[in-house]
Design a protein around this ligand. Structure first.
Ligand SMILES: C[S@@+](CC[C@H](N)C(=O)[O-])C[C@H]1O[C@@H](n2cnc3c(N)ncnc32)[C@H](O)[C@@H]1O
Length: 281
């Protein structure tokens, strides 16, 4: 790749999505953008770069950014957070929200839907206790391609074999040819929306639980701080935040702190701390 083109692509990516691409990732840029170049009938990445230097079509910019996102996901990823949600956070919220009977959950970089659908299946398994409750699962991602797949709720054999317990597969999916279609009732529990984590979050409203897993790893430190501080503002004072196994708030923001004895779960600090800490007392 031309020396001047790499910074052009990496700056666009950083500005529009927060994703950081270091020069040692030229191969990644090339392998992911060549199909975009082909789709747009450009002969090379140099021609794509020339488009960007002019007045690129928004759809081209979107395709470039989407091609650079990493969308790896699977059902009940890392299992522990989901067990913790089921065993601690959900009972805790059932107790604390008894007056309003309302719980809002945000899957903030939901990719192809396995994360919010895992939560929806957990909630569905508890439906006797949740009768009369208003449960909202909002699932967002930057990429409209993955959101389309998530909304369709159609997964390959390989995808349903990764992390999904067989009894949940049998209960909540129907085989369609070589694919598996998620049950309409589970699908209907999740509202999918396109949302960029760099954007103002206030329109999304307040949440009791936020899953923002395996996306901050792609951002630089100032972007992580910005995004975590903004997520903190969307959390109810006693809400819970889940990050990915390789992610932390430590050294990034002091608005959030780990929930003792619960790896990967965070609560608000400061004014909200007594309420949040009551959870562990
Ligand atoms: C590796 S997947 C993580 C999926 C899921 N949370 C999990 O842990 O399995 C990361 C997702 O973050 C999304 N993403 C990247 N930058 C984003 C941004 N600025 N705003 C919203 N989503 C973003 C990507 O499109 C991708 O689907």
């Amino acid at each position: 790749m031309n020396d001047a083109d790499f910074p052009l692509f990496s700056t666009l990516l950083k500005e529009r999505s927060g994703l950081v691409l270091t020069p040692d990732k030229v191969y990644l840029l090339e392998s992911r953008l060549l199909p975009v170049a082909r789709k747009w009938k450009r002969k090379s990445l140099a021609e794509l770069a020339a488009d960007l230097r002019g007045r690129p079509e928004p759809a081209l910019v979107r395709d470039i950014i989407e091609a650079m996102t990493t969308n790896e996901s699977f059902f009940f990823r890392d299992i522990k957070p989901f067990d913790q949600f089921k065993g601690f956070v959900l009972p805790e919220l059932l107790r604390r929200r008894a007056a309003t009977r309302s719980i809002r959950i945000w899957s903030a970089a939901c990719s192809s839907g396995q994360e919010p659908y895992s939560l929806a299946m957990i909630l569905s398994e508890q439906r006797a206790q949740l009768a009369g409750w208003r449960i909202e699962i909002v699932a967002t991602d930057l990429s409209t391609d993955v959101l389309d797949k998530a909304k369709a709720g159609l997964y390959s054999q390989f995808e349903v074999q990764r992390g999904l317990p067989i009894q949940l597969l049998i209960k909540y999916f129907k085989q369609q040819g070589d694919r598996w279609q998620i049950d309409e009732a589970i699908r209907a529990m999740v509202q999918f929306r396109q949302f960029n984590l760099l954007d103002e979050m206030a329109p999304l409203g307040r949440f009791d639980v936020v899953f923002c897993r395996n996306v901050l790893i792609y951002f630089d430190q100032p972007t992580k701080t910005l995004v975590l501080d903004r997520i903190g503002r969307q959390m109810a004072p006693d809400a819970f935040l889940y990050l990915g196994g390789a992610e932390t708030v430590l050294g990034i923001t002091d608005r959030l702190a780990p929930l003792t004895d619960n790896r990967g779960v965070y609560v608000l600090t400061g004014a909200a701390a007594p309420v949040a800490r009551a959870a562990v007392a």
